[in-house]
Write a protein that binds this ligand. Structure first.
Ligand SMILES: [Zn+2]
Length: 167
């Protein structure tokens, strides 16, 4: 790592992406890279050389080098806070998209099959995949699969639920 400096780019391991991704060097001590920012997920983390399973000893040696760098540390902490928040937002968006996808899947089932043959949900009854059930709390749902002896997965408007039944 001769010509590397803060702001430079390097390919290394990102624990969040669980992959080797492009990173920007955030902090260096001498010519040792200590902190990098992943360009894929935005997380700021300690630099880890690719293919180095002994993380612990590396971490402690980096710690020693970094002592006395508190200001730099708080700056990068603030940045990692921001990255965390951004990741949280992305996770929320993903959850929302999944909820919408469930809603769309549920709607298309209810529209194509109709609810005229819906059976009221009763844990003492048996159901087969494809049955439409009418649940007092979750509303109309379609049986996705059944698991012997007494469970079934049902797609409701609010998501897939596992319900008791008698198979
Ligand atoms: Zn990453």
């Amino acid at each position: 790592m001769k010509e590397l400096s803060a702001g430079g780019r390097i390919e290394t391991t990102c624990s969040r992406c669980n992959d080797i991704t492009g990173h920007v060097i955030v902090a260096m001590v001498g010519d040792v890279i200590v902190k990098v920012e992943c360009q894929a997920c935005g997380s700021v983390h300690k630099y880890r050389e690719i293919k180095k399973p002994k993380l612990k000893s590396e971490t402690s040696s980096v710690r020693r080098v970094r002592q006395g760098e508190t200001r730099d540390e708080s700056v990068s902490l603030a940045r990692s806070e921001a990255a965390k928040k951004a990741a949280q937002t992305r996770a929320n968006q993903r959850a929302q998209q999944e909820a919408e996808a469930v809603m769309i899947a549920w709607k298309s089932v209810i529209v194509s099959k109709g609810t005229s043959e819906a059976r009221p949900y009763n844990m003492r009854e048996g159901y087969v995949t494809g049955d439409i059930v009418d649940h007092p709390t979750f509303g109309m749902g379609e049986v996705q699969s059944t698991v012997r002896p007494d469970k079934m997965e049902v797609l409701f408007k609010s998501g897939v639920k596992v319900l008791r039944c008698t198979l």
